[in-house]
Design a protein around this ligand. Structure first.
Ligand SMILES: *[C@@H]1O[C@H](CO)[C@@H](O)[C@H](O)[C@H]1NC(C)=O
Ligand SMILES: *[C@@H]1O[C@H](CO)[C@@H](O)[C@H](O)[C@H]1NC(C)=O
Ligand SMILES: *[C@@H]1O[C@H](CO)[C@@H](O)[C@H](O)[C@H]1NC(C)=O
Ligand SMILES: *[C@@H]1O[C@H](CO)[C@@H](O)[C@H](O)[C@H]1NC(C)=O
Ligand SMILES: *[C@@H]1O[C@H](CO)[C@@H](O)[C@H](O)[C@H]1NC(C)=O
Ligand SMILES: *[C@@H]1O[C@H](CO)[C@@H](O)[C@H](O)[C@H]1NC(C)=O
Ligand SMILES: *[C@@H]1O[C@H](CO)[C@@H](O)[C@H](O)[C@H]1NC(C)=O
Ligand SMILES: *[C@@H]1O[C@H](CO)[C@@H](O)[C@H](O)[C@H]1NC(C)=O
Length: 865
């Protein structure tokens, strides 16, 4: 049997992954992400709290105690801020992306989020911005913050998986509902770009679920029809797809679509919120509804309670709701039943099946193999109940895909196939456009009677393709305008100037305007280019000769786009956002590190305090080290309370290090067995110390002898020893005589002290354990130092002597050769020859030394030792 699709894709990938691809399912309520990269296991990227999804959005607040520094809390970490400070709370943004302040979506948003300061974005882009913590952020930038946070988590996950340090994710696929308009798509694309992500494609979420479903199943040439019913937090979509396999290539085709842009989990939560609100108001007749509704804090808490109640009601028939000090210091306690909820949404029930009916169209329900449920809100019992009633049986409903994760997983498969970075199994995706794309165009002065044309009709499969259209009604050299429409809705236009360098009389053979359009994989429709062909006068046909073809002159025309309604960000606006994001992220990181360091210090202080109270430490610990640690403890706990927040991270870290050192010192002392401090041990230490010093002194004498030895040989040959010594280059650590002497002095002090102990054992016996301990630690350190000095001297000495010997040998060999030569030539010039030869030898010494110039000079001269 053929292996399942997913397995074969990913066993391929393990060998062929070259780049990385991030897949994001950005929902109205939750965001999920997957990273495919070399060495990274294929799975959902977990949040900081190891959850598989995070809330979409963030809170932006002023850092406590600062004037204008802001901090951001993402996902579920925004919630506490949302309750305390509702105006800082920026959730559920998906519904207003690419919309204007006056849109019904914005009005609706304000009614459910009464505390936010929703404003017009700058530069009249007909887009929304939020004023929060003293700054106005375009909604695209806020979305970019979420994308960037997801990207950072993906990179961190990659780093951890592979042990690297600076993984970089740049390519992304993002799921979008098929019904998203040009404005919404462009806004998402801008947001991704601000976050430093290159959009491989915006993937329709119905297609993503279909791919996820197909990836683990087998198909044959007969088309299987499945209906994907996808109810998320913000919207409900139904997609009819056919799946088949032709010669091992999976075929996926969308065959029908229906949607409801505002039906979803959010509406259910809102219903429960309304029920709760009504209950509260009926219990407290003196509370005005308008007052309650405009109290952001109360409303946010009510929404959160409603959301919780909704989840409980999916599995239980009733739930208790309790909000302390809800409004005007009144505690709110009540019970909501599933029955109440279902009754309340009863008026919306026809909306549950509408998308499904639209998607099926006149297709026979009997030919549908299964209805695949996706999206978290399909778990709400009344939704399933109603679907079953409509379908007539429960058997058709398939819960085989993970309702939460099918979108992001399927989009990953789509992205992998599109990105070209990965070898994936063959799949052929036939996407019919769900919208039609039309144009209107007219010649200057003719706007009253524009011409129209359909570039991509609804249902066309020319997605990810260019289409050339002749603008037939443009017949002269004049300026003209082309306007683009999506389902009859104008969104963009281009004003072309009269083509430069051409005039009426220059094209006597006529003109021909042709326009190139593209409907991209992300379903972004655009005019890519317009060119004009200018035909010269046709030649008169001459009898008996073939008509010579006249070549037209092609001119490519340029025009700046004008947006009818929503205008995407320009390069400069985007750059402003990119810069601001970079600063915010930098500050967030610094603040996070600062907080982490403070927490680390605090933990180490509590740890030290507990340790100092430990029985064993109290009984056997070093008294003066302990009292020093206690003093430190008191001082730093105090410092934490009053000064830490204004201190630099470095200062905090230094304090932490200091606490650690104290702790380790005491611990080492306590761990030390008593036998390590007895007389025998000290005698051994004494023996080792004398031995170490003797060895060093012996070595210094050897060095001197070796040096004298070679110096004599140089002098015997009339060579400049000092000069050669200077030129031998060796790498040495900087060691000065006084360094060495101070180590020896300290050890000598110990030797003297121990000699008194030897003569007076009672004095040793009465020396405190802590003193002995400190003494031992000091001497062990000193010995370590001396041994290391000894070994570097050894290596320096060896290199130097070897270098001097090599030079000498070279010289001697050369001399021998010369002498042989001399012996065979005239004896009369012998004395001259020797003199000149000596010069050559000296030169050759200098030359050799220069070729080894990469090492540094020694500070130590043999004579100094
Ligand atoms: C294709 O698979 C279906 C079951 O999914 C089966 O009923 C049908 O006979 C198969 N057709 C062929 C040509 O194998
Ligand atoms: C499948 O492959 C066979 C053999 O390569 C070929 O003859 C046939 O036309 C292919 N079928 C399709 C639908 O492409
Ligand atoms: C749907 O099923 C009917 C029989 O129930 C069949 O005649 C028809 O061809 C099927 N249509 C498709 C598109 O498979
Ligand atoms: C792209 O367009 C060309 C001509 O317009 C057409 O022949 C071709 O089939 C199209 N390709 C796809 C994938 O739709
Ligand atoms: C039209 O353009 C041609 C060059 O292409 C130029 O020689 C001629 O003078 C122009 N005529 C007018 C009316 O501007
Ligand atoms: C205009 O140009 C297009 C493509 O360049 C061509 O298909 C069309 O036939 C031309 N029309 C005329 C009238 O020359
Ligand atoms: C002291 O001993 C404990 C228990 O054996 C050990 O965990 C700890 O690392 C030791 N500390 C030091 C500084 O050696
Ligand atoms: C220290 O050296 C002395 C003299 O060489 C020797 O008698 C003694 O056993 C040594 N002590 C230890 C602990 O090594």
């Amino acid at each position: 049997m053929r292996p399942a699709f997913v397995l074969s894709v990913f066993s391929f990938l393990l060998l062929h992954v070259l780049g990385a691809l991030l897949s994001i399912d950005y929902g109205q309520e939750f965001t999920k992400a997957v990273l495919v990269a070399p060495g990274v296991p294929f799975d959902i990227i977990l949040t900081a709290d190891t959850k598989r999804k995070d809330m979409s959005g963030l809170a932006i607040t002023t850092v406590p105690g600062s004037k204008d520094e802001v901090q951001r809390n993402f996902g579920s970490h925004a919630l506490s801020s949302c309750v305390r400070n509702p105006s800082s709370c920026l959730l559920h943004l998906k519904s207003i992306i690419g919309k204007s302040v006056g849109s019904t979506e914005a009005v609706k948003y304000l009614s459910t989020h009464p505390s936010v300061d929703l404003v017009e974005s700058k530069n009249s882009r007909n887009s929304i911005a939020f004023k929060v913590a003293g700054t106005t952020y375009p909604v695209e930038e806020l979305l970019a913050m979420t994308f960037e946070e997801t990207k950072a988590r993906a990179e961190q996950h990659w780093d951890i998986s592979t042990g690297s340090k600076s993984s970089l994710v740049t390519d992304v696929v993002i799921t979008v509902p098929s019904f998203f308009t040009q404005s919404q798509r462009l806004a998402i694309k801008d947001a991704a770009e601000i976050a430093g992500l290159n959009v491989v494609a915006l993937v329709d979420d119905g297609l993503a679920v279909a791919l996820n479903y197909a990836s683990t199943r087998e198909f044959n040439e007969t088309k299987q029809y499945h209906l994907i019913y996808d109810m998320g937090a913000g919207s409900t979509k139904a997609t009819l797809v056919s799946l088949s396999s032709i010669n091992g290539t999976l075929q996926v085709e969308n065959e029908g679509y229906g949607y409801d842009e505002t039906l979803g989990g959010h509406l259910f939560t809102e219903s429960i919120k309304d029920i709760l609100e009504a209950k509260f108001l009926s219990e407290h007749k003196n509370v005005k509804m308008s007052k309650l509704s405009s109290n952001g804090r109360a409303m946010n808490r009510l929404w959160q309670a409603a959301d919780k109640a909704k989840l409980v009601l999916s599995a239980n028939s009733e739930t208790k709701v309790s909000i302390e000090s809800f409004y005007d210091d009144i505690d709110f306690k009540t019970v909501v039943t599933r029955e109440e909820f279902e009754e309340y949404i009863g008026s919306n029930i026809h909306r549950f099946t509408k998308p499904l009916i639209d998607a099926i169209g006149d297709f026979d329900l009997k030919n549908i193999s299964s209805v695949i449920l996706a999206g978290g809100s399909t778990r709400v019992p009344i939704v399933q109940k109603h679907l079953v009633t409509y379908l007539g049986s429960e058997d058709m409903i398939s819960k085989n895909v993970n309702a939460d994760e099918a979108h992001v997983l399927g989009a990953t498969l789509r992205g992998l196939a599109l990105s070209g970075m990965f070898r994936t199994k063959q799949m052929n995706i036939i996407e019919h456009s769900l919208s039609s794309y039309e144009i209107k165009y007219f010649e200057e002065g003719n706007q009253k009677k524009p011409s129209q044309d359909v570039v991509v009709p609804k249902g066309s499969t020319s997605i990810n393709n260019r289409t050339a259209i002749e603008l037939k009604d443009l017949k002269s050299i004049k300026g003209f305008e082309v306007e683009l429409f999506e389902d009859g809705q104008s969104f963009k236009s281009f004003s072309f100037q009269s083509p430069k360098g051409l005039n009426e009389s220059s094209c006597p053979g006529g003109v021909n305007y042709s326009a190139n359009f593209e409907l991209s994989e992300s379903r972004i429709f655009d005019l890519k280019s317009v060119s004009v062909l200018c035909y010269p006068e046709p030649k008169e046909p001459v009898k008996g000769e073939e008509v010579e073809e006249v070549k037209p002159k092609r001119t490519v025309l340029n025009a700046k786009p004008k947006y009818t309604f929503y205008r995407p960000m320009g390069t400069a606006t985007k750059q402003t956002s990119i810069n601001r994001l970079r600063d915010l992220t930098k500050h967030d990181k610094e603040r996070q590190l600062h907080e982490e360091t403070i927490n680390k210090l605090e933990a180490s202080l509590y740890d030290l305090r507990a340790y100092l109270e430990d029985e064993e430490v109290v009984a056997n610990g070093p008294p003066s080290l302990i009292s020093a640690a206690q003093a430190l403890l008191t001082e730093y706990l105090d410092w934490l309370d009053y000064d830490a927040s204004s201190a630099t991270t470095k200062e905090v870290q230094e304090k932490y290090d200091e606490v650690r050192v104290h702790r380790i010192k005491i611990e080492t002392y306590v761990n030390l067995s008593d036998t390590l401090l007895d007389f025998g041990e000290f005698e051994r230490l004494y023996n080792t110390s004398t031995e170490t010093i003797y060895n060093l002194q012996d070595f210094v004498i050897t060095m001197r002898e070796d040096a004298l030895d070679i110096q004599t040989k140089y002098e015997e040959n009339n060579l400049d020893f000092e000069e050669a010594n200077k030129k031998v280059k060796v790498t040495v650590p900087q060691i000065s005589d006084s360094d060495i002497n101070s180590h020896i002095e300290k050890i000598n002090e110990f030797l003297e002290l121990f000699e008194t102990f030897k003569n007076d054992r009672a004095q040793f016996g009465s020396t405190s354990k802590e003193l002995l301990y400190n003494l031992r630690e000091t001497i062990l350190d000193e010995l370590k130092e001396l041994k290391s000095i000894h070994s570097s001297l050894k290596s320096v000495h060896h290199t130097r002597i070897q270098g001097l010997k090599d030079r000498l040998n070279k010289y001697l060999k050369r001399k021998e050769k010369e002498e042989k030569k001399l012996a065979s030539s005239a004896i009369s010039s012998a004395s001259q020859a020797t003199a000149s030869e000596e010069e050559t030898a000296t030169e050759s010494i200098s030359a050799t030394s220069e070729t080894s110039a990469t090492t540094t000079h020694s500070d130590i001269k043999h004579d100094e030792l």
